[in-house]
Structure formats: C-alpha cells, structure tokens
Design a protein around this ligand. Structure first.
Ligand code: AMP
Ligand code: FE
Ligand code: FE
Ligand code: ZN
Length: 280
C-alpha cells in the first residue's frame, strides 16, 4: 500500500465511466491508501464502493460534490466520515430532480438544432445515475452528431453554446450549512478553476470560512506547481484543512488517472486521515 490517497472521484452514479465497484478495484490495484467517492449531486454510488472497500481492505470515504449557484465551476465537496444522515439523503433528492427537469429542455434545444435524441436513449446512457451533460455528449457521439465528447461540449453543450441550459443550484451558504448540519465537512473543490483573480479568491474563501467552510482542495490534477503553492498558502493562512483529488471520471476524462491525475499527483494519506480526526 502506498502513502497516497485520492479524495475526488466520480463513478457511474454521476458522470464517471466506471462503476463504484470498479473504481475501488482500480484504487486497490494502484495501491492507494484510501479514496473518497464524490459524485455530482448524488450519493447513490457510495454503498457499493464501501462494500467493495471492505472486501479489498481499502478505505472508502463517503462524499459528494455539489455545484453551487456562484460563478461557473464553483463546486463544494462534502465528506462524511460517519456516513450520511437520513436528513441529508432527503435533501439531495432535490438536486437530482433539478437535473431531471433540465435534461428534456436540453433535448428540446438539440432537436431544434437537428440533433434529435429520445429521453429513453439518454436514460439508457445514464443508467441509474444522475443525468449530466457528459451523458448527453456521449449519446451525441454515438449518433454521429459530434466527433467526440469534447466536440459535443464545444459546439452544443458548454456554457454559452446553443443547447446549454443551466441547472438550479444551491447557494454556497445553503450548501455549506446543509453539509455542516448533517455532520459533514465542507471543502471547496478546485479553487483555481473558479477563475477568480487571487485577491478576490482569497477574500471569497475568507467569507466562506466564516460561513462554515472547513477545507480546500490544495492538490488537483490540473494545477501547476505555482497554483498548488498558492492554494496551499491560502489553506495555512485561513487555517483550513488541506485535501486533494484527481477528479477521476474514467474514460470521460481520459487523461486523468486515478490517484495520480495527469501523472504528477501525490496526495498524502494524512490529508485523508485528517477528515476522520475532526471532532464533529
Ligand atoms: P453537468 O453537471 O450536467 O452540468 O455537467 C458538468 C460535467 O460536464 C462536468 O463535471 C464535466 O465532467 C463535464 N464538462 C463540463 N464542461 C465540459 C467541457 N467543456 N468539456 C468536457 N466536459 C465538460
Ligand atoms: Fe463531472
Ligand atoms: Fe468539480
Ligand atoms: Zn469532480
């Protein structure tokens, strides 16, 4: 077993290509110390991952990644070292329904753009998981409407493109409170990708800390060394927990590998353990 963890992973419960069970098997093969499952707006994959973790003796931490109503790409990770509360399970059903409401609106736009897709076709692609744009992109590729997932996003699905539809989201404050009230630990995901300039980012994170934020993702696949240093410094300045993750999506983000990201990630197991050490 290595001394490294991966605290940001997607499965087929959201927009990853690998099942929760398979993700745990891959983590075992990679010799990881522990992993967190952090699917978008759902916790449906976690039990399966925990069962497999038990079998293979690899630690699995219950998580989630919630998209926030803030500037684009602002995501909040929630970690639940003692598992999810029943109240939390109920609250996030709302997020799933936001997505279910959005999918037919996107399909309607695509139809007008000469890319008809049946909702049943889409549901076959997303399986039991929450529907995300990557599922739509994949169907578009399969039907020959786009050359690749990236092409489908660029020409149709990305923000500002003709079939883009935003989904309803929780306000940052509401999402932080929801996690804290349910014995979870709220952590800001990939702060660099929010796109704020440094001073604004530091100010904003300070405000969120006052609202209950407990950690930030200091290690992430796409960070440069300088960006890692910057966020690391911010974590120390604000006395926030440090976490790190690859944001693995399987073949839906083929360059990103479990544990190592683009090849350079080494997330200390102490980051993983620190989640379990907090008194909540
Ligand atoms: P959704 O949550 O349905 O809005 O979809 C967001 C997900 O789509 C992200 O987590 C990524 O996995 C993927 N995604 C977003 N933008 C792009 C893009 N420009 N190219 C490829 N994948 C993207
Ligand atoms: Fe994703
Ligand atoms: Fe994210
Ligand atoms: Zn993610």
């Amino acid at each position: 077993m290595s001394d490294f963890a991966d605290m940001h992973i997607h499965t087929t419960a959201s927009d990853g290509s690998e099942s929760p069970k398979k993700v745990v098997q891959l983590a075992k093969k990679a010799g990881l110390y522990g992993i967190a499952i952090t699917d978008h707006d759902t916790i449906d994959g976690v039990q399966e991952a925990m069962d497999e973790g038990e079998k293979l003796s690899i630690k699995v931490l219950a998580g989630i990644e919630i998209s926030l109503d803030f500037v684009r790409n602002t995501h909040l990770l929630g970690y639940f070292p003692n598992g999810y509360t029943e109240r939390f399970r109920k609250s996030i059903k709302e997020l799933k329904s936001y997505r279910e409401d959005r999918a037919p609106i996107i399909l309607d736009k695509l139809k007008k753009l000469n890319c008809p897709i049946d909702i049943e076709e889409l549901k076959r692609e997303s399986g039991d998981g929450v529907i995300g744009r990557p599922h739509i992109a994949r169907v578009m590729v399969n039907k020959g409407y786009a050359k690749s997932i990236q092409d489908a996003f660029d020409r149709y699905l990305t923000s500002g493109a003709p079939a883009y539809v935003d989904k309803k989201r929780f306000k940052p404050q509401k999402a932080i409170e929801l996690i804290v009230k349910n014995n979870g630990i709220p952590v800001l995901a990939h702060p660099i990708t929010i796109g704020l300039e440094t001073v604004k980012l530091f100010e904003q994170i300070h405000l969120w800390k006052e609202a209950g934020l407990m950690g930030i993702e200091v290690m992430y696949s796409t960070y440069t060394k300088e960006q890692h240093k910057l966020i690391d410094k911010l974590a120390e300045k604000e006395n926030l927990l440090k976490t790190g993750g690859s944001d693995f999506h399987g073949t839906n983000k083929p360059k990103i590998k479990l544990g190592i990201g683009l090849g350079q990630l080494q997330i200390p197991k102490e980051y993983f353990d620190s989640i379990f050490d907090i008194k909540i």
